[in-house]
Design a protein around this ligand. Structure first.
Ligand SMILES: *[C@@H]1O[C@H](CO)[C@@H](O)[C@H](O)[C@H]1NC(C)=O
Ligand SMILES: *[C@@H]1O[C@H](CO)[C@@H](O)[C@H](O)[C@H]1NC(C)=O
Ligand SMILES: *[C@@H]1O[C@H](CO)[C@@H](O)[C@H](O)[C@H]1NC(C)=O
Ligand SMILES: *[C@@H]1O[C@H](CO)[C@@H](O)[C@H](O)[C@H]1NC(C)=O
Ligand SMILES: *[C@@H]1O[C@H](CO)[C@@H](O)[C@H](O)[C@H]1NC(C)=O
Ligand SMILES: *[C@@H]1O[C@H](CO)[C@@H](O)[C@H](O)[C@H]1NC(C)=O
Ligand SMILES: *[C@@H]1O[C@H](CO)[C@@H](O)[C@H](O)[C@H]1NC(C)=O
Length: 229
């Protein structure tokens, strides 16, 4: 009798643990826009960034007027925002597929950690491409670079509908992110349950302002049906 009760309970708790995961890993629709937080590493330039995100330099500058004074230079060690459409991919997660042409010496590692500033990872590149993981990728070969995104979550708040995909770096902490975004710690945690903000790697999603400095609300399409990655 007791054993059956325990079996029943562990079955229930297995259900409780796995159910939210399967809900969160599926989507039925995306949203018009998300933002990628790109850490500008020493040595790169706007031409490289423009190439990676298939976006004209002037458009990148428009979105970052306070940070990029002109089209000829970008300061190293800052983060800039790059807008992109947030699509529902394979009905299973939210992201966008960028196309990247391989250059001399490119490897999955270099593409993830340098050209895309850790907005993607080696394993996430391997999921969408079939090149060898150990040798250089043939020059000019097209790669699919998938960057994850979020459209919000009606269960957390209807006030936020635009999200920054933010790769954590060693210097980040929950407190420093809250201070730099001016958002409360509670919001940042609610959108990233279970994340250790000091872990130095991995993606988090942060409510973001649009180019007019407003926080767009959750779009009406998202109010009706919950769908978040
Ligand atoms: C891109 O970044 C590299 C540094 O890795 C730099 O040498 C190069 O000049 C940059 N610009 C272009 C257009 O490749
Ligand atoms: C990406 O992550 C790697 C490993 O944590 C780190 O060495 C590298 O500096 C990061 N790249 C950028 C642009 O932050
Ligand atoms: C993107 O999201 C998918 C689905 O949730 C996940 O499996 C994958 O690891 C994520 N990629 C990155 C780079 O975080
Ligand atoms: C990679 O190879 C698998 C198995 O051969 C194939 O189904 C898949 O379409 C290939 N993917 C790409 C991006 O070429
Ligand atoms: C942060 O929020 C407070 C209170 O809403 C506001 O007074 C302040 O101007 C904001 N600071 C920035 C940098 O946005
Ligand atoms: C979070 O990650 C940091 C860096 O890896 C580690 O020092 C810290 O103990 C972790 N915190 C928790 C609560 O796991
Ligand atoms: C919301 O969910 C309902 C029921 O699953 C579905 O019929 C409807 O098409 C969905 N709406 C949108 C905008 O996806």
């Amino acid at each position: 009798m007791e054993r059956r009760l325990w079996a029943g309970l562990s079955f229930l708790s297995a259900l409780l643990v796995s159910a939210p995961l399967t809900v969160e890993s599926s989507c039925s629709k995306g949203c018009d826009s998300a933002l990628a937080s790109y850490y500008v590493w020493e040595g790169t330039d706007l031409t490289n960034i423009s190439r990676a995100f298939n976006m004209e330099i002037s458009k990148i500058v428009t979105y970052n007027q306070d940070k990029i004074p002109n089209v000829n230079s970008v300061q190293w060690g800052i983060r800039i925002n790059i807008p992109f459409p947030c699509d529902c991919i394979e009905g299973s997660f939210l992201g966008h597929k960028f196309t990247y042409q391989a250059r001399t010496g490119d490897t999955y590692d270099r593409i993830a950690t340098e050209w895309y500033s850790n907005l993607t990872t080696v394993s996430w590149l391997q999921r969408f491409n079939n090149y060898s993981a150990t040798t250089a990728i043939p020059v000019n070969s097209p790669l699919t670079v998938t960057v994850n995104c979020s459209c919000g979550d009606a269960a957390v708040s209807k006030d936020y509908g635009l999200f920054l995909t933010y790769p954590l770096r060693e210097e980040n902490s929950l407190e420093s992110i809250a201070a730099s975004t001016n958002l409360s710690i509670r919001w940042i945690q609610s959108y990233n349950p279970g994340v250790n903000f000091s872990q130095g790697s991995g993606l988090i999603y942060i409510p973001a302002e649009d180019s007019n400095g407003n926080y767009p609300a959750l779009t009406s399409r998202y109010l009706a049906n919950r769908s978040v990655c």
